[in-house]
Structure formats: C-alpha cells, structure tokens
Design a protein around this ligand. Structure first.
Ligand code: CDP
Ligand code: CDP
Length: 228
C-alpha cells in the first residue's frame, strides 16, 4: 500500500476546523492533529511558569524542556503537557487571549512546525491550524481553507459556552475573535492565509455534516483521479 495522503485544514477561530477535522479523520480512519492545541499548551505552560511571552528565546527554551503530546483515549483526544492532562485548561480564556502572542515568534514556530511535520511524515493525518497548507505541509494532497463570518463564529463559540454552562458574552467574544484574526493574519511569520492551491469553504450557512460531506467529496474525487 502506498503512503496515505495528508489533509490540511486552515482557517480562523470558530470556523469549525477542529469539529470537522475530527469527523473527517474518523470517517477515513486517519489521525487528527490539532496544532492549535500545541500552541495553547505552550502558552499555558509559559503563563504557569511566568515566562515572558514577548520573549521568543525564553519561550523556545521552555518548549525544548516541555513535552507536548496528543493522545487518543476512548475516542477522545487528550492534550498532555509533561504527562499531565491539560485538555480543559488550554481552553481557558487567559490562554486563548495570549496564544497569538506566543505563536508570532519565529523560533517557536520553527520548532512547532518541525514537531508537526514529524507527526505527519507517514501520511494518514487530518491536521488543522493556521499555516498547515502554507508552511507545515505545503505538499499536502488536500488543502481546505475554512471560513465563516466573524458574527457567525462568535455566535458558535457563545452557544458552545452556554451549552457547557459557562458564562459567555457575545460582544466580548466578537471583539476577542476579531483581535485574534488580526494578530494571526498580520504576523510576519506564516500568517493565516489561504494557500494558493487550497479549496475555500465558507461554512457560514453550512451545517457540520454539510462541511464534512464537502471535504469527503474532495477526498474521494482526488482518490478517483489518482487511480485513473
Ligand atoms: O480553536 P481556535 O480556532 O480558537 O484556535 P486554535 O486552533 O486552538 O489556535 C489557537 C491559536 O494558536 C491561534 O489563534 C494562532 O495564534 C495559533 N496557531 C498558529 O499560529 N498556528 C497554527 N498552526 C495553529 C494555531
Ligand atoms: O476549530 P475551530 O475554532 O475552527 O472551530 P470549532 O471549535 O470546530 O467549532 C466552533 C463551534 O462551532 C463548535 O461548537 C461547533 O459545533 C460549531 N459549528 C457549527 O455550529 N457549524 C459548523 N458548520 C461548524 C462548527
């Protein structure tokens, strides 16, 4: 059997990347890799250890002595930081509001990209993030750029918080998401942007199964073309 393909899914916060990436991976029996969780784990550790997030060299020193692993347990993906489960903690708003400042450092990105490329070297992955199609896996066989309006993305996060019984402020979420979009799209190194060969899917008016269906259609069409 030949090497399996890699699928890259990029896009802004709340576009539905992780939800659909997980479902596509499950359908294809691929491994799902949440690269945002890796940046979040480093941010969490930096905040915990009082490492200045404006200092790229200090962050890279921290990253080098930190182990970040994505493991699957009973169908759930857990984020392990130095062998501790931080799956919930890395979603805290303090982490969310600082992660783009950590992710803008070139040294940090180089090391993260190296780790992520290692994870995908045998193929068979669905990887989501901001720079997967442009920098991490530029030769991924399938690239999707998933978008939705900022209002819809904030609404989704708001619903998600309410459904978990967490406090939520829609207007605040909208401004935090816009701020993160700006930081991620305007940074000097590997900014969030659609790869030239990525297929853009605007999910504003699409359900989760509809987006998953579209991506699977692209995968199957590609497979058919390969066997022609
Ligand atoms: O889930 P959500 O869309 O809110 O964000 P995430 O995918 O967990 O990513 C968190 C942050 O990590 C992003 O806002 C980016 O600053 C950074 N990130 C990145 O720079 N490159 C990636 N490949 C993935 C995430
Ligand atoms: O990973 P990313 O930040 O791009 O988004 P997500 O965490 O997968 O999705 C954010 C929320 O939007 C989740 O609660 C999804 O269930 C929801 N969602 C939706 O309502 N409709 C879609 N087409 C995609 C996601």
């Amino acid at each position: 059997m030949g090497k399996r393909i890699n699928i890259a899914i990029d896009g802004p916060a709340g576009a539905g990347k992780s939800t659909v990436a997980k479902m596509v991976a499950e359908k294809l029996s691929f491994i799902y890799i949440d690269t945002g969780a890796m940046y979040r784990a480093l941010t969490y550790e930096a905040l915990k250890e009082n490492v200045e997030i404006s200092n790229g060299e200090k962050l890279i020193d921290l990253l080098k002595k930190t182990s970040i692993e994505l493991i699957n347990k009973s169908g759930k993906q857990l984020i392990m930081l130095n062998n501790n489960d931080v799956t919930e903690e890395i979603r805290l708003s303090e982490v969310t509001n600082n992660v783009s400042y950590v992710a803008r450092h070139v040294e940090v990105r180089e090391e993260m990209v190296r780790l992520q490329q290692q994870l995908a070297k045998h193929g068979g992955t669905v990887m989501d993030g901001r720079d997967i199609g442009t920098a991490v896996l530029p030769s991924a066989e399938i690239k999707v750029f998933l978008t939705a309006t900022v209002d819809e993305r904030a609404r989704r996060r708001h619903e998600e918080h309410l459904s978990k019984g967490q406090p939520s402020d829609l207007e605040l979420l909208k401004s935090e998401i816009s701020q993160r979009d700006k930081l991620d799209s305007e940074r000097a190194v590997a900014p969030l942007k659609k790869a030239d060969d990525a297929i853009e899917i605007d999910s504003t008016f699409l359900s989760i199964p509809e987006v998953v269906g579209k991506i699977l259609t692209i995968v199957y069409e590609k497979g058919d073309k390969k066997s022609e």
